[in-house]
Design a binder for this molecule. Structure first.
Ligand SMILES: C[S@@+](CC[C@H](N)C(=O)[O-])C[C@H]1O[C@@H](n2cnc3c(N)ncnc32)[C@H](O)[C@@H]1O
Length: 279
């Protein structure tokens, strides 16, 4: 049986993403993503294909614009957005293995305006100029960034007037969660839960105008269960690839995530906000 490969990761004391990205390109991992999501874009998280189409529509309204994808992961979803919209893509993630993967994908995609991928800690001020971007997106990663105040202020700085923020938060507290459940759900490195309506308030305080706030919790329960079953049906091969401890922890994570979503206790929201033209 393969011994789980440990890698250093800057995303938290636990090495979840570093290890996850180190085997992201495996045939088995790709098969699981294909079965769970319906198309393997290299997604991590709770972005359904319908939501991907919706995000493409939102980016398309800034034709030939510049998109910054914060905590872009493998880069696959944002490269697909750039291919569909013709935007100029910049992706940032803290994990070197993710950025390496993204650079290789982008080279193969031959995007008309190209793409740049940078390793950076997105909880700090990002190394880009004021008003450099038309769209900033951050999908299922805000939970890893500690300060909404500082992060939203930086995204506001980076957007041009009239520019748009597309954000999802998969951990908005909307019910009672036990410590045992939280220990499992929060097992992927740094983790920050916020109460309902907190993101809206902080976006407003940063200067954004909220255009959309939609509960997308159903996607979490659907995708967590689909991932759970896709992995379970390949149990032997997954155990070989991941090792027993990792496999079982991940299954417990997916089961608990689905349970918290189905019962509406931990919710996911999609926010679209704009930087006013006159600030
Ligand atoms: C659930 S994944 C989402 C990836 C991608 N946005 C997607 O939709 O597939 C969360 C991502 O956040 C990244 N991350 C965690 N902490 C970070 C930080 N402080 N700065 C930048 N990226 C971070 C992880 O490496 C991981 O790629």
């Amino acid at each position: 049986m393969t011994v789980m490969k440990q890698q250093s990761s800057k995303a938290g004391s636990f090495t979840f993403y570093g290890v996850q990205y180190s085997r992201f390109g495996s045939r088995l991992a790709a098969e699981v993503r294909l079965e769970a999501y319906g198309e393997d874009l290299g997604q991590q998280g709770w972005r359904s294909l319908d939501e991907q189409v919706e995000i493409i529509g939102l980016v398309q309204e800034s034709p030939q614009g510049k998109l910054l994808d914060v905590a872009c992961g493998s880069g696959g979803p944002s490269i697909a957005i750039a291919a569909a919209t013709g935007c100029r893509l910049t992706g940032v993630d803290i994990e070197e293995a993710a950025i390496e993967h993204a650079r290789a994908l982008a080279a193969a995609a031959h995007l008309p305006l190209g793409a740049t991928f940078v390793v950076a800690d997105c909880s700090e001020q990002l190394p880009f100029d004021r008003e450099e971007f038309d769209v900033v997106s951050c999908i299922d990663a805000i939970i890893h960034l500690a300060s909404r105040r500082e992060v939203f202020a930086d995204w506001f700085r980076l957007l041009r007037p009239g520019g748009r923020l597309i954000l999802t938060d998969a951990c908005v507290l909307t019910g009672i969660v036990s410590k045992e459940e939280l220990d499992i759900r929060a097992s992927q490195g740094k983790f920050h839960i916020v109460p309902a309506a907190f993101n809206e308030l902080m976006l407003e305080r940063a200067g954004f105008e909220l255009r959309l706030c939609r509960d997308t919790t159903e996607a979490v329960s659907n995708l967590a269960l689909r991932l759970y079953h896709a992995r379970e049906s390949r149990r032997c091969a997954m155990l070989e690839e991941e090792g027993v401890g990792w496999f079982e922890n991940r299954q417990a994570f997916l089961k608990t995530t689905a349970e918290l979503a189905v019962t509406g206790r931990l919710s996911r929201f999609l926010y679209v906000a704009e930087k006013p033209i006159h600030t």
